[in-house]
Write a protein that binds this ligand. Sequence first.
Ligand code: NAD
Length: 325
Amino acid sequence: MAESVLVAGAGGFIGGHLVEALLKDGHAVKAVDSKPGDEWFQVFEDAEDVELDLRDRDACFEAARGMSQVYNLAADMGGMGFIEANKAACMLSVLINTHLLEAAREAGVASYFYASSACVYPADRQRTPEVEPLKESDAYPGMPEDGYGWEKLFSERMCRHFTEDYGLPTRVARYHNVYGPEGSFEGGREKAPAAICRKVAEAELGGEHRIEVWGDGKQTRSFMYIDDCIHGTRAIMHSGLVEPINLGSSELVSIDELIDKVERIAGIEVERDYRLDAPQGVRGRNSDNTLIEAELGWEPQVSLEAGLETTYAWIRDRLAARLVR
Ligand code: NAD
């Protein structure tokens, strides 16, 4: 059945892909973001595009009016470089979720989705590259990533209490590193896969086969391709899951291994200047997918190689187009 769906943060990376998927399935989509329209990663003719700052309570009520589903993907966020330097700004995203929850309750929406993050997990469980995958219960006792992670953990909690106290059905996914085309790849908010694709593409196009790497390259992560993220997000929205659940890949790779893969795609080898003073985040992080496999039968379908190939091509095309201008 076609629904009226609000996507908050629709001008961003995940929000843009979600709008596309919802429109394809025939839903009526209200796409909201605070960025000026010409800065949205993707714009779709069939969506109703609205520029609103959702930290503002009235803006949230305007956005949620008449909606039957709300996806909250709006947040002031970026990769490690951004979140380590902008803790207060990250925490102010609490206003978005707070006011959107109130507005969704008032509008009587049937389901509300909140995009949380693996940054809710305590640092002391992520101190080695050979880290144990993080399971949902590891989030407590709470000691999340300073700033950004605390906001996510608090907002998760608020969703839970809106469900318990007011009967608003809420769903929470803890995203682990999402990557793909149509997202940030420069300017300071980009995350590791996009940053590495950009640096290698610059090396390929410019001829100087040397890149800067943040950290010693041995820190580990898992990376989920955007199509898997959208599929999982929608499955979680339509599930009966009240508790937060991991949504990520469980294929652990080091940053050096990630660069090896991008080198193979680009067909070049690069010298690596390791910057040990740069922001690096936790030493190792992986997703335990036992719960989501059991509850939803979800597992990633896109290999890291295939996803990086698409992402690299998209970023390289953008850089190459600038050279011919
Ligand atoms: P993004 O930065 O590309 O998109 C977020 C969007 O929110 C941006 O377009 C931004 O302009 C918008 N926004 C910020 N403040 C706003 C406001 N006050 N009012 C309206 N819109 C506002 O980020 P993304 O990668 O698409 O992430 C989407 C969500 O998923 C975020 O909540 C993020 O914290 C979460 N998340 C993402 C990842 C990842 O790897 N990308 C990992 C964990 C969690």
